[in-house]
Write a protein of this length. Sequence first.
Length: 185
Amino acid sequence: MFKNIFGSGFLVRTAHVILTWVITLILFLHDTDLRRQEETGKLVQPVLFVMLVLLSVLLYFAVSLMDPGFVLSNNDDSEAKLALGAGEEHQDMISQSTKSLWQRRCSHCLLQQPMRAKHCQICKHCVRRYDHHCPWIENCVGERNHRWFVLYLGAQLLALLWALFIACPCSQGLKMHIRTGATGS
């Protein structure tokens, strides 16, 4: 039972979410701009910050739990056509040269791999358009979740930079300088 829980990425996902929300809570509990704005009733920045953190966490779960594009069987080329939106009438128009796309057989799982597919040693599956196995999301990045992964990284980077700006004591002087409109001589 414990092997399934810890082997499935549960521990990594739990630690990520707890750490994210603990840091967000600390930013609201300590003397930061977010806390001061919340106390004075100016809720635009605090709400935007919490929404960005929530978006980051939701994208994290989407990317970490999403199928990255596993190659499931030797005949899933027709399944791939259906997934790409080709109906039965369009499948007849597609030439039978798709068999030439199958170049090699995986030496680990013995499935025929389409081009740009690679076997992930950690997940023990072949992944279409394999990019890498990310230990932070405990999942591969491939054909089906690559765009979501980049979107998650952007949201996470924005949230981290904003949190760093809020928490950094040197940013307080910069904020005062900007508010007073003081110009350097």
